[in-house]
Design a protein around this ligand. Structure first.
Ligand code: SAH
Ligand code: MG
Length: 190
């Protein structure tokens, strides 16, 4: 059950998409007739499973570098009977070379590397494809003026801000930002 995955993620601190965020993404996929998806950051397979459950014709390729999460995702996908729709790759996304093109690329991995993910995988986009990015708000820390104590968190927030600027100033892609879930953006080739 989808609920079981949500509970597991909550109990084990697995940062799956927030409720409004995933609902937004699922609506977007339906409305735009998206059939092929490349996801960077599988975790336990929650978002991949939700997307695949929308339609039998939807195919998801998802990359995860953490072996434990990957194994759990494999099991979950099996349990949902979605092994024919979801292909998982265990590796660091930066080591993976994919030739295929997708209707949608969903970036939901290490927040400090978003510009690099975007640059690496934009060639895998179909002509009228979309790049969706999650966690651009990073628990509200991107918008806050308060001082952030942890140096590590400060670094991530700075990188996300850089990514937002990168998207805003991008000459190839037009991006819309949504304050939904933990902050979601949709980029479309101009
Ligand atoms: N999309 C999932 C949540 C992903 S959480 C969902 O909503 O259900 C982010 C995941 O990205 C983590 O499990 C982390 O291990 C993985 N990750 C981070 N950087 C990565 C990289 N460079 N390559 C592959 N996976 C990465
Ligand atoms: Mg996320």
């Amino acid at each position: 059950m989808v609920r079981t995955l949500e509970e597991y993620a909550l109990e084990n601190n697995i940062p799956i998409m927030q409720k409004d965020g995933i609902e937004f993404l699922l609506d977007f996929i339906k409305e735009n007739n998206v059939k092929s998806i490349l996801e960077i950051g599988t975790a336990i397979g929650y978002s991949a499973i939700r997307m695949a459950l929308l339609d039998k014709e939807i195919k998801v390729t998802s990359i995860e570098r953490d072996e434990q999460r990957f194994s759990l995702a494999m099991k979950n996908i099996y349990d949902f009977g979605l092994a024919d729709q979801i292909e998982l790759i265990l590796d660091d996304a930066f080591n993976v070379k994919i030739d295929k093109k997708y209707d949608l690329i969903f970036i939901d991995a290490a927040k400090s590397q978003y510009i690099k993910f975007f640059e690496k995988f934009k060639i895998n986009l179909n002509e009228h494809g979309y790049i969706v990015s999650d966690n651009l708000s990073f628990h509200g820390l991107v918008e806050t003026n308060e001082e952030i104590k942890s140096r590590n968190v400060r670094g991530i927030v700075r990188k996300i801000k850089n990514y937002i600027v990168f998207l805003k100033e991008n000459e190839e892609f037009e991006t819309t930002f949504y304050s939904i879930g933990d902050g979601v953006s949709v980029s479309i080739k101009k």
